[in-house]
Design a protein around this ligand. Structure first.
Ligand code: URA
Length: 272
């Protein structure tokens, strides 16, 4: 049985995260809204999502005129099917207590980026900064990853960045196989919804989580693999490159293979 207070805290955390991300609307099904407020929601507080056809309903009664003391109504998108898929997955992640990492995390880190990315970068697990902010790759490795993305002609907003685990392992230890097995369904669901053209697996844990393979990343990198029909390029983790700058050329060769596959040429490198 899940404690209701935990669910409320997790939903609050998720919504705060959405606001920090600049979201002003969220999609909540009419059914849930009614359960939450225990009454029919006045039409002024809802907007019907234009992307999903709403179930035909009886003509709406005229909306009650808001009183002067009422707070401005927050627009809540409501559609017939409920939450958009990615939002639903994010919400599930935010209230996950399936492994012990739920006890030590500050925030879940579901991933971030475009909802229709050409490229999905998958790392290992959140670190301290990511756990603090609820966003992936925001520390030193994140800065380097962002440089890689920009060098490829993309931005953080046009790709999707995620991890094998959605919660930080204490002391940044490697994820255990049990944690990977428990968490991987979330990533699989995200991949199924986002349908990237290419997955770039960053480092050995990412390859292990996605492909179940454990050869040295130096052996597997640069060789196309497939994850559920999607081309997957294994390469070094940005943290490894920060410690081994001599491997940058190999990393770039792998990224160029991805660009060639996508029919892109990297933009010219800007002189600093
Ligand atoms: N930050 C992440 O989000 N993932 C990693 O694998 C490393 C740092």
């Amino acid at each position: 049985m899940t404690n209701l207070n935990n669910i409320v805290n997790d939903i609050e955390q998720y919504l705060k995260h959405q606001i920090e991300e600049g979201e002003t609307n969220t999609e909540i099904s009419q059914d849930i809204m009614e359960k939450l407020s225990n009454k029919t929601i006045p039409k002024t507080t809802t907007t019907v999502s234009d992307s999903t056809p709403a179930t035909p309903t009886a003509p709406a009664k005229p909306a009650p005129t808001p009183t002067k003391t009422a707070k401005p109504a927050t627009a809540v998108k409501v559609n017939a099917t409920g939450c958009a898929d990615m939002d639903a997955i994010t919400l599930k992640i935010s209230s996950c207590t399936q492994c012990s990492l739920a006890k030590t995390r500050t925030n879940t880190v579901p991933g971030q980026g475009s909802n229709s990315p050409e490229i999905m970068f998958i790392g290992e697990a959140p670190g301290a900064k990511e756990d603090e902010q609820g966003r992936p790759f925001v520390g030193r490795s994140g800065n380097f990853l962002e440089k890689m993305i920009v060098a490829m002609g993309y931005s953080r907003e046009t790709v999707f960045i995620g991890n094998i685990l959605k919660c930080r392992p204490p002391d940044n230890r490697k994820p255990t196989q049990e944690e990977i097995d428990i968490c991987i369904p979330y990533l699989k669901q995200q991949i199924a919804v986002l349908k990237p053209k290419v997955i770039i697996a960053l480092g050995a844990t990412s390859v292990k989580g996605l492909l179940g393979k454990t050869p040295a990343i130096s052996k597997l990198r640069g060789e196309w693999q497939k994850f559920e029909g999607i081309p997957l390029m294994p390469t070094f983790h940005p943290a490894y490159i920060l410690r081994n700058q001599s491997k940058k050329g190999e990393l770039w060769a792998d990224l160029k293979k991805v660009l060639t596959f996508l029919g892109k040429t990297p933009p010219p490198i800007k002189k600093q």
